[in-house]
Design a protein around this ligand. Structure first.
Ligand code: COA
Length: 156
């Protein structure tokens, strides 16, 4: 059984590990090896996650039956979802869906009327199933590697 709880500072190391593993294993389904390398290596490390956890945003981690963090999501004050990552070992079991339901509930409680995200190709169908729609494809560079994602939003 997967449980959710609010993220805390001590989770930063585990979150960075989930991030790297999910990009490498799950992101690789939709992006080239060069794109995956750029995405994984330029992503937040534990120190950066610690900053994000402490900057006032809300966030939740998913805990697997062995008490390991197997996924996480955040919600910024303006309705922006900055990250949604699930460990490859727990992928495809609805963990992201649980995390997005938590975001929706918290957003409603905070009186937000809109959620928005820049979703990877991998995450796009998951967000679509949870009521988000894509406004546009965003082309950008990570270092010298071209990559894309989708600006998506959902009205509450
Ligand atoms: C995108 C991501 C977060 C999705 O996580 P996830 O927990 O595997 O997502 P879910 O399980 O909720 O949904 C994914 C699949 O599981 C299926 N699923 C959902 N609930 C399920 C359940 N209870 N039992 C079995 N399967 C289920 C869904 O139908 C979906 O299948 P499909 O993709 O073949 O249609 C994960 O793939 C990831 O971390 N990717 C790499 C990083 C990334 O792209 N992050 C987003 C940046 S914006």
């Amino acid at each position: 059984m997967i449980t959710l709880r609010a993220m805390r500072e001590g989770d930063a190391e585990a979150m960075a590990g989930v991030y790297r593993r999910s990009v490498r294993a799950l992101g690789a389904r939709d992006y080239t090896p060069e794109q995956v390398d750029a995405w994984a290596s330029r992503g937040p490390d534990a120190a950066r996650f610690r900053q994000k956890i402490g900057d006032g945003r809300q966030g939740w981690v998913a805990i697997d039956p062995e008490s390991h963090i197997c996924g996480f999501v955040d919600l910024e004050a303006d309705g922006h979802v900055d990250f949604l990552y699930v460990d490859p070992e727990q992928a495809g079991q609805g963990v992201a869906g649980r995390l997005l339901a938590q975001v929706e509930q918290a957003a409603r409680s905070a009186g937000l009327t809109r959620l928005y995200v820049e979703a990877s190709e991998t995450a796009r169908p998951v967000f679509e199933r949870h009521g988000y729609s894509a406004n546009k494809r965003r082309e950008f560079q990570i270092g010298d590697v071209a990559i894309h994602n989708y600006a998506m939003e959902r009205t509450l």
